[in-house]
Design a protein around this ligand. Structure first.
Ligand code: GLV
Ligand code: MN
Ligand code: MN
Length: 456
């Protein structure tokens, strides 16, 4: 499949693929641990169910499926040469608590459609095909990562870190809110922790990793554009913090005798906002907050809260953490409190590979065919000449996969930038455009690969 042949496909074919993606996002949204909301965390029974469904859909387009030792669902379309490396396409199927239906999920489903279209399987054959081969010099592999959000164990990117071979055995002892360790959850899910190293891939097995994702911010919506190429993904650290004071009688304890842990933690949360908002591209969020013993008539003796800290560059992010730490020392000192912290996640910034940025830009450009009215009605209002480039403050699996291969990302407009919320949205037209752009990007990479391999 060349880019030219792909361009010859009717716009209606991309719309059909987008309709299937949207319907499947709805279907996956019904697989949740909390009826009426969408919550699907790592190694849960819901995780097992979505993996089974995704595997069925992968087989339908000729992919050979397997679940790896980290619970990632994979589907492979090998190249004619069995030793050829693969291009990985995908995203994640886990969610935050009370999530929207597109974060991650849409990227996995779009990858399946891209594999379908690049083989010209536009008719949804609904059968596995062990003889199907990639139309490129490289294989194509769809990855549905098991944990990008870290909603269960605090540590994010567990699935993609296993694939990247950066697994840390200390993570097995991480606990969820019920005190279940990651090791216990893996065993319960049917995985063997002793085999985790088997999920790791070598750099020479991969050509790169491409992911489509909703933007999770308002930039494309504000610009009235459908798609963007991603330049880099923010570096991230996550901390669990504990403030210790003294629990005492709410009525009988004068203010000058109180050591109120909740007030210390509250002042700390405000300091995070003050310090981070004064910086460029540094974002700090306190998303979990609890007071103990949690009674109306007791001064809180202990408070626990989380900090999610992101930055465009690792060094700036770390400098801001040092500043926050000093401020916490000062606040807690004034209030006669103690504080300590545990870092549960640390991922460096990821800069998308220039070649993959180029092919994604090329894909966006060729996905909009100027002057064809039919395209415009389906594909929205993107500007083909000059695709927008965005930095991603949101985290993505590429942050982990970047340790072993080149990463490229395509963003789709996210109305009002609402994400990690049930109102999260993306339009059918933008998904159709995104599928086309991603397929074109793969076709461009295929041509590029062939010419560089041929030249060497
Ligand atoms: C995941 O979406 C994250 O950015 O935390
Ligand atoms: Mn995501
Ligand atoms: Mn997310």
């Amino acid at each position: 499949m060349t880019a030219a042949r792909l361009s010859a496909l009717e716009p209606a074919i991309f719309e059909l693929a987008a309709r299937r993606v949207m319907a499947r996002c709805d279907e996956l949204a019904r697989i949740t641990s909390t009826p009426g909301a969408i919550t699907r965390v790592h190694l849960s029974p819901e995780h097992a169910r979505v993996n089974r469904l995704a595997a069925e859909w992968m087989r339908e387009v000729g992919l050979q499926t397997r679940q790896d030792a980290a619970g990632n669902q994979l589907g492979l379309l090998p190249a004619a040469d069995p030793d050829a490396p693969v291009l990985m396409l995908g995203s994640h199927l886990d969610t935050v608590v009370n999530a929207g239906r597109y974060d991650g999920v849409v990227g996995v489903l779009m990858a399946i459609e891209v594999v379908r279209l690049l083989q010209r399987r536009v008719d949804s054959p609904a059968r596995a095909d062990a003889n199907a081969r990639s139309p490129f010099d490289f294989g194509m592999e769809v990855a549905a990562f098991s944990d990008e959000e870290g909603a269960r164990f605090g540590k994010a990117l567990l699935g993609s870190s296993a694939v990247a071979g950066t697994w840390d055995d200390a993570w097995w002892e991480l606990e969820d809110s019920d005190g279940t360790t990651l090791r216990e959850a893996a065993l319960e899910f049917g995985l063997d922790p002793g085999r985790i190293a088997g999920a790791a891939r070598r750099p020479d097995e991969l050509v790169g990793y491409l992911e489509a994702h909703i933007e999770q911010g308002p930039e494309l919506h504000a610009r009235g554009e459908s798609l963007a190429v991603v330049s880099s993904i923010a570096s991230a650290r996550r901390f669990q913090l504990v403030v210790e004071g003294e629990a005492r009688h709410a009525g009988g304890t004068p203010y000058d005798m109180r050591r109120d842990a909740l007030l210390g933690a509250s002042e700390a949360a405000l300091a995070v906002e003050r310090i981070c908002s004064a910086q460029h591209h540094i974002i700090g969020t306190v998303g979990q907050f609890e007071a103990f013993p949690g009674a109306m008539n007791v001064v809180p003796g202990e408070a626990k809260f989380s900090l999610d800290l992101r930055g465009e560059f690792d060094g700036e992010r770390d400098r801001v953490w040092d500043q926050i730490s000093r401020e916490l020392d000062a606040i807690m000192g004034r209030r006669r409190l103690r504080w300590h912290t545990r870092e549960v996640h640390n991922a460096p910034a990821l800069f998308c590979a220039p070649l993959l940025q180029d092919v994604v830009s090329e894909g966006i450009r060729s996905s909009l065919v100027p002057g064809r009215a039919a395209d415009r009605s389906i594909l929205g209002s993107g500007r083909p000449e000059d695709p927008t480039t965005l930095f991603s403050p949101a985290g993505h699996d590429g942050m982990a996969i970047g340790a072993i291969t080149d990463v490229g990302m395509l963003f789709m407009r996210n109305p009002d930038g609402v994400s990690h919320h049930p109102d999260e949205a993306v339009s059918l037209g933008d998904v159709a455009l995104g599928i086309r752009a991603l397929a074109e990007a793969v076709a461009h990479l295929g041509a590029e690969h062939r010419s560089t391999q041929g030249a060497s």
